[in-house]
Ligand binder design. Structure first.
Ligand code: KDG
Ligand code: MG
Length: 408
């Protein structure tokens, strides 16, 4: 069996999805997602200029060797661009494998460990009353787990995942439009004074059953993060995410020394080499990698297995930048993984998105039910994809009030 061709499409309804389609001499094709949020054209060019010319003629069934060929074969390897490109190829090869076997992917991993996989929604508000409304609505939709982000009184601008006006709480999607980033202004003291109280109020209001998550989005220093994690300990968070930037990995040791609040990290990790020591030392509780940015199913499955040996559960990244293709890849891993924890769930559930990526996957009562169709179980409407142009975007930059650049 041989790969005969591969095509890349960049664009989609409201997002620059990077979709890879690999064709074979047996008429079976596979789909992959290389959407690196706000840098979408880079994995697309890497695929087009360097990887696809090498893929043609390879046997698509040898997904492991093909992964090793691109990863080990690249002298300059790792990093989000390369790993997103390798990841898309890997997803597409697994899709082909599943179609050849006439089985959904989770069967090839070892079958189902559960039916519905727990997901969490993003509740937000410009202030606490709006956040409470937002949480109330998600609970009414059946969610058992909700990430809560809240506007901070006195903060000069809205911060990560928080609207700048009251009333905007339903499925808020951050506006990344424009090549020049917007600026957010951040004040740690205001945040660390207000946020623990807000989280405590959410716990009091909604009771012990609700799984409450919160994303600090890399904003605190190590000491501040340790103090924050200790302070929120009585609230019983499901997780506290990315308390500090990912570069200084010693930080997690300090946080662990001071609190038992569960920590989630990894949405910016691209390989097992970014987290193997942290996992082996059991310095966090949930691994947040995405199949898109971390080398596809082959590599992420390796991370999940290592995490499983060390009491770390999965909590894959699921921001709206991931297309239904990589979300399906994660759904198959979620159905199988013995150490599954939770899935972030935010794919734009619009009619246009569903038309462009038709599938029988189902989200109901806060749970994700994976389809039994062979392979990934998602298709791709190429003709429709051609309607969308690439629209450049950027993540905001963050500055402190004196102008110092901070972490988004
Ligand atoms: O591209 C970056 C976003 O996906 C990220 O800011 C979202 O932190 C995020 C999350 O937890 O979904
Ligand atoms: Mg996050």
């Amino acid at each position: 069996m041989k790969i005969t061709d591969a095509k890349i499409f960049v664009g989609g309804p409201g997002k620059n999805y990077v979709t890879l389609k690999i064709m074979t001499d047996q008429g079976i094709y596979g789909l992959g997602d290389a959407t690196l949020n706000n840098r979408e054209t880079l994995p697309a060019i890497y695929l087009q200029d360097y990887l696809i010319p090498n893929l043609i003629g390879m046997d698509p069934r040898n997904s492991e060797d093909i992964w090793q060929f691109f990863y080990r074969g690249a002298y300059f390897r790792r990093g989000p661009i390369a790993m997103a490109a390798f990841g898309a190829i890997d997803m597409a090869l697994w899709d082909i494998k599943g179609k050849l076997a006439n089985m959904p992917l989770y069967q090839l991993f070892g079958g189902k460990s559960r039916e519905g996989a727990l997901t969490y929604a993003h509740a937000t508000g410009a202030d606490l009353p709006d956040l409470i409304d937002s949480v109330t609505r998600y609970i009414a939709q059946g969610y058992k787990a909700v990430r809560v982000q809240c506007g901070i009184p006195g903060m000069p601008t809205a911060s990560y995942a928080v609207p700048d006006q009251k009333g905007l709480t339903d499925d808020l999607i951050t506006d990344f439009s424009g090549i020049r980033p917007k600026t957010e202004v951040w004040n740690t003291d205001l945040y660390t004074r207000f946020m623990p109280q807000a989280l405590a109020e959410i716990r009091d209001r909604f009771g012990p059953e609700l799984k409450i998550l919160h994303d600090v989005h890399h904003r605190l220093t190590p000491r501040e993060a340790a103090q924050f994690a200790k302070e929120v300990e009585p609230i019983g968070l499901y997780w506290l995410e990315d308390p500090t930037p990912a570069e200084d990995q010693n930080v997690l040791r300090l946080i662990r020394k001071h609190s038992t609040t569960p920590i989630a990290v990894g949405e910016v990790f691209n390989s097992i080499w970014d987290c193997n020591r942290l996992i082996e030392e059991e310095l966090f509780d949930f691994i947040r990698v995405a199949v898109t940015y971390a080398g596809g199913i082959t590599h992420v499955k390796r991370i999940v297995d290592l995490a499983g040996l060390h009491n770390i559960r999965t909590g894959f990244h699921g921001a709206p930048s991931h297309s239904p293709i990589s979300m399906a890849a994660q759904a198959h891993l979620n159905a199988w993984a013995p150490n599954f924890g939770i899935q972030e769930y935010l794919v734009l559930g619009t009619q246009e998105c569903d038309e462009m990526f038709p599938s029988e996957h189902r989200h109901e009562d806060g749970l994700f039910f994976v389809s039994d169709a062979p392979g990934l179980g998602v298709d791709f409407n190429e003709e429709m994809a051609k309607r969308y142009d690439y629209a450049p975007g950027s993540h905001p930059v963050v500055r402190l009030e004196d102008g110092t650049l901070w972490n988004y």
